[in-house]
Design a protein around this ligand. Structure first.
Ligand code: ATP
Length: 441
C-alpha cells in the first residue's frame, strides 16, 4: 500500500466508523482540532484505562490528581514556558503562509509557492486568554501547554495529605493546548491534545535507576496496546535539542505512514521545576526524609505520552486490507483488550422472534464477561461482519435455528467468527464466554 494512501484510508475509516471526526466540521472545521466519536471514545477510554492500570494502579508508589487547566500565570513564568516555550516561525513574503522553520528542507524558500521566506522569529505556543471581566494583561492566564504543571502544583498537597515516602509519583491524564504553527497529519500534531503524564519524584542519586524503570514500562505499554516492537524506536535527544528543563531525554518514535516521528517522551527533569516553583512562590518544596532527617528537593523522571499520537499509532498499526470470500475487505487488527467492542451478537434473521429472543439472551449472558457486547441485526450477515471488521471487533456470534435445537446435536451452540482469519467455529455459549474472557484478560 502506498504510504500517503494509507493515511487517507485511515482518516476515512476513522470518520466512516465513528472513531475521529474533524472538529466543528459543518463550519469548515478548525485546524488542529478533532473530535472523538462513539468508537473513538471507547478506544481512547480503553487506552487510558490500561495506562492508569499499568502506570498508577498496579503500583504502590503512584497517586492520581486531576488539576485545573487554568492556573496562576506565575506557574508558567517560573517553569520557563512564558519565556521559552516557542517554535521558530517564518512567513512567506509572497503568499503570507507561516511555517515552522525547523520543519522545512529549505528555511529560505516557501514550500507552497516557492516565494522568499522572511526572517525567523520565536513564536510562543501557549494559548493566552483572560480570567474574569478585565481584558488587560493583569488578567492574562494561559491554557496549560503540558499537564505536568498541574502535577507540580500538587506535589506539596500530595506530600502533606498522603505522606508518601520517596520515591513516589503522581499520574494524570488531561488536556493540554499548544498553538502549533502548522498542525498536521490528522491527530498527530494538534492544538488541543490529551496527555498521560507521570512525574516521578526521586532522591537525586536514584534518577538513573528510575529512568530505566519507566523506560521499560513504556515499552511494555507499547506492546500491551498492540504496537509492533519493530515500529517503536528510541532516539537519544542531543544536548542542543532537549527542552529547557531536561538533562536527558529519550524520544520514543513510531513509524507512522508519514515517517518516523515522536510518539512519546521520557525526560529527566532534574529538580528544575520544583526548584523554580520554590523560588517563584517563596514556598518550600523540599522533602524531609523522616529517617535521615535530610531535607532536599527531589529530582523528577517524566514519562509523557500523548493520547492522540497513541491512538494514531494504534490505528496505523492495526489497519489491514485482505481478500476474504473473494472480496476485498478492510479490518482493524486491534488488540482485544483495547478494541471498542469485544464481540457482536446477531440473530441470523431479524424477522424470526424466536431467533431474536435467543440472541438477546446470549448477549445478556456475554455482557457478564464485558459490557461492550454489541447488537447488530441490520442487513445480511456478511455486511454485519464487514462493519465489525472495520471497527476491530475481535468476535462475531451468530444465533441460528440450530442454536434453538433444529439439529438437536447443536442445541445451545452458536457460530463464533474470528475477525482476523474470518474462520468460524461452532461452540457452546459458555465456551464463547471463555474465549472472550481469555482474549481480553
Ligand atoms: P514535537 O517535537 O513533536 O512537537 P514535543 O517534543 O514538543 O513534540 P513533548 O513536549 O515532549 O512533545 O510532549 C509530550 C508528548 O505529548 C509528546 O511525546 C506527544 O505524544 C504529545 N504531544 C506533544 N505535542 C503534541 C501535539 N501538538 N499534538 C498531539 N500530541 C502532542
Amino acid at each position: 500500500m502506498q504510504e500517503e494512501k494509507v493515511m487517507e484510508k485511515i482518516v476515512s475509516l476513522a470518520k466512516r466508523r465513528g472513531f475521529v471526526f474533524p472538529g466543528s466540521e459543518i463550519y469548515g472545521g478548525l485546524a488542529g482540532t478533532f473530535d472523538y466519536g462513539p468508537m473513538g471514545v471507547l478506544l481512547k477510554e480503553n487506552v487510558e484505562r490500561l495506562w492508569f492500570s499499568m502506570f498508577r494502579d498496579s503500583r504502590d508508589d503512584m497517586y492520581g490528581v486531576d488539576a485545573a487547566i487554568l492556573m496562576n500565570p506565575k506557574v508558567w513564568e517560573a517553569s520557563g514556558h512564558v519565556a521559552g516555550f516557542s517554535d521558530p516561525l517564518v512567513e512567506c513574503e509572497k503568499c503570507k503562509k507561516r511555517f515552522r522553520a525547523d520543519q522545512l528542507d529549505d528555511p529560505k524558500k516557501c514550500p507552497e509557492c516557492a516565494g522568499v521566506l522572511g526572517g525567523m522569529r520565536q513564536f510562543n505556543m501557549m494559548f493566552k486568554t483572560h480570567a474574569g471581566a478585565a481584558e488587560d494583561d493583569s488578567a492574562a492566564v494561559y491554557l496549560r501547554p503540558e499537564t505536568a504543571g498541574g502535577i507540580f502544583m500538587n506535589y506539596k498537597n500530595v506530600v502533606d495529605s498522603i505522606h508518601p515516602k520517596l520515591p513516589f509519583g503522581i499520574a494524570q491524564i488531561g488536556k493540554a493546548f499548544r498553538n502549533e504553527i502548522a498542525p498536521r497529519d490528522f491527530i498527530f500534531r494538534l492544538r488541543e491534545l490529551s496527555q498521560m503524564e507521570v512525574e516521578y519524584f526521586v532522591p537525586p542519586s536514584e534518577w538513573e535507576r528510575a529512568f530505566e524503570e519507566w523506560r521499560s514500562l513504556m515499552h511494555l505499554f507499547a506492546t500491551a496496546i498492540g504496537l509492533p516492537e519493530a515500529s517503536v524506536h528510541e532516539l537519544e535527544v542531543g544536548d542542543g535539542d532537549r527542552a529547557h528543563y531536561s538533562k536527558r531525554t529519550i524520544d520514543f518514535e513510531f513509524d507512522y505512514p508519514f515517517g518516523r516521528k515522536e510518539l512519546w517522551g521520557l525526560a529527566y527533569r532534574t529538580d528544575f521545576d520544583l526548584s523554580a516553583h520554590e523560588k517563584g512562590s517563596g514556598v518550600s518544596l523540599a522533602y524531609l526524609d523522616e529517617e535521615t532527617k535530610e531535607k532536599f528537593i527531589p529530582h523528577v523522571i517524566e514519562p509523557s505520552l500523548g493520547v492522540d499520537r497513541t491512538i494514531l499509532a494504534i490505528l496505523a498499526s492495526a489497519y489491514r486490507e485482505d481478500e476474504l470470500g473473494g472480496e476485498v475487505r478492510t479490518y482493524l487488527a486491534l488488540a482485544p483488550k483495547i478494541a471498542p467492542v469485544k464481540a457482536m451478537v446477531s440473530p441470523l434473521l431479524k424477522n424470526k422472534p424466536e431467533l431474536v429472543a435467543k440472541a438477546r439472551e446470549v448477549r445478556e449472558e456475554l455482557k457478564k464477561v464485558h459490557p461492550a457486547i454489541a447488537w447488530d441485526d441490520n442487513g445480511n450477515i456478511g455486511k454485519r461482519y464487514r462493519r465489525q471488521d472495520e471497527i476491530g471487533t475481535p468476535f462475531c456470534i451468530t444465533i441460528d435455528f440450530d442454536t434453538l435445537g433444529e439439529n438437536p446435536d447443536l442445541k445451545d451452540t452458536v457460530t463464533l467468527r474470528h475477525r482476523d482469519s474470518g474462520e468460524q467455529e461452532r461452540l457452546s455459549i459458555s465456551e464463547v464466554a471463555s474465549r472472550i474472557r481469555e482474549a481480553i484478560s
